[in-house]
Design a protein. Structure first.
Length: 346
C-alpha cells in the first residue's frame, strides 16, 4: 500500500468551514485516495474535523484570529515552521509527500524532493515563484490547469491534474429560480461589481456570497456595497449546504474574473448543481467551461449579457453529466495516484 502525506496550509482547518477552496480540495483528495486503498496521513491544523489520520498540534490562523483577534504578522510563518518540524520528523514514514503550501517544504524535503509532489493553488507567474522554481529544479510540481503549467519551468513539471470535488456534495437542480449567483472573495480579482452590472443589464436579480478579502478590505465598501440593492443582495460567507442552495437555484453562475485564475473551484461546484457558468476568458476558464455545453466563455460585459439570454438553451442535466465525467474527486485522485506511481518508478 502506498503511503502518502498530504500537507495542507495552516490558514484554515481541513476541511474548511466556509472559505477555503484549497483545504476543501485537499480533504476531498485524501478521502478519494483512501477509497483507492492508499494510506493517507493529513498534516493539518488541530481544529480540523476529519476521520483521516492527522498530524498537527496547533490551531489554524483562522481559529487563532477568532479567539484572539488580530495576531502578530509572523504567526503564519511560525505555524508553517512548526508544521515543517512535524513533517521532518516523519519523512521516512511516507513513500510520497504531497505538499500544498508555499515555499518552506522544499528545503525541508532535501534529498526526498524527488519523491515528493507540490501543488500550487495560486498563480505561478510572479517573481516569488520564479525564484522558487529556479532554486529547486528537482521539485516535482503538478499544475492544476494547462494555463497554470505554462508558468512552471519544464524541469519542475510533473503533470496536470484538474481539481475535483466529492460527487455527492451537490445535487442536480433541474428547475432553477430566477436569480443569478456570484460566489467568491470580494476582491478586484473576482470582480463582484462586474457581476452586479451584468445582472442589472440583463434585468435579472443576483445573489452574491463570499468573504471580504483580507488583503483588499476596502474594495467591498468602495466598489461593491454602493451597488447593492433589492436586486443585488450580498449574503456573506456560505457553507456547503447554503452554497448548494444558492448555486442550485441560480439560472447561471457569473464568474467575471480579472486575473489569470489557475482553476476556479466554484465553476465546477456550479456544474455539479447543473448550473451553467458564464465566465470570462482568463486563465483556466477555457479548460473548465465547455462553451455552449456547460456555459459560455465571454470576453466582455456585453457578451455576458448576450450569453445570459441563451442559458435556457443549455441542458442542466448535461451540465451535471459533464461534471461527473470531468471534475469528481475520484478522477482527481486517480490522476494524482498515477503521478505518485510515476515518481516512485523513477
Amino acid at each position: 500500500m502506498i503511503r502518502i502525506a498530504q500537507v495542507a496550509p495552516n490558514i484554515f482547518p481541513t476541511p474548511p468551514t466556509h472559505h477555503g477552496g484549497t483545504e476543501r480540495v485537499i480533504h476531498d483528495l485524501s478521502i478519494a485516495l483512501r477509497n483507492l486503498q492508499v494510506e493517507v496521513t493529513l498534516f493539518a491544523p488541530a481544529d480540523s474535523v476529519t476521520d483521516i489520520p492527522r498530524v498537527g498540534d496547533h490551531l489554524s490562523l483562522a481559529a487563532l484570529e477568532a479567539r484572539e483577534g488580530r495576531v502578530a504578522p509572523g504567526v503564519p510563518a511560525a505555524l508553517e515552521a512548526l508544521q515543517m518540524e512535524a513533517l521532518a520528523r516523519r519523512l521516512d514514514d511516507f513513500d510520497i509527500v504531497h505538499c500544498h503550501g508555499e515555499f518552506a517544504h522544499a528545503p525541508v524535503l532535501g534529498a526526498r524532493r524527488c519523491r515528493s509532489l507540490t501543488t500550487v493553488h495560486w498563480r505561478v507567474d510572479e517573481r516569488d515563484r520564479a525564484l522558487f522554481f529556479a532554486g529547486f529544479p528537482d521539485l516535482p510540481v503538478a499544475a492544476i490547469s494547462a494555463a497554470q503549467e505554462a508558468g512552471i519551468p519544464a524541469a519542475n513539471r510533473a503533470g496536470i491534474v484538474h481539481h475535483g470535488i466529492a460527487r455527492d456534495r451537490y445535487a442536480l437542480r433541474s428547475e432553477p429560480e430566477g436569480h443569478l449567483a456570484f460566489i467568491g472573495r470580494m476582491t478586484d480579482q473576482k470582480r463582484p461589481d462586474v457581476a452586479i452590472r451584468v445582472a442589472r443589464a440583463a434585468g435579472l436579480p443576483i445573489r452574491l456570497a463570499g468573504t471580504v478579502d483580507v488583503g483588499n478590505p476596502d474594495y467591498f465598501d468602495r466598489a461593491v456595497r454602493p451597488l447593492l440593492g433589492d436586486d443585488a443582495v450580498y449574503v456573506g460567507p456560505v457553507d456547503d449546504a447554503a452554497k448548494g442552495r444558492l448555486l442550485g437555484g441560480a439560472r447561471a453562475l457569473l464568474f467575471p474574473i480579472d486575473w489569470p485564475e489557475p482553476f476556479g473551484l466554484v465553476m465546477i461546484e456550479a456544474m455539479a448543481c447543473g448550473t451553467p457558468v458564464i465566465a470570462w476568458n482568463r486563465g483556466s476558464v477555457p479548460e473548465i467551461v465547455e462553451d455552449g455545453v456547460t456555459g459560455f466563455v465571454v470576453s466582455s460585459e456585453a457578451e455576458a449579457v448576450a450569453a445570459l439570454a441563451r442559458v435556457g438553451e443549455l441542458d442542466r442535466a448535461q451540465v451535471r453529466r459533464r461534471f461527473e465525467a470531468r471534475f469528481t474527486a475520484e478522477r482527481m485522485a486517480a490522476d494524482y495516484l498515477a503521478i505518485y506511481r510515476r515518481l516512485l518508478g523513477r
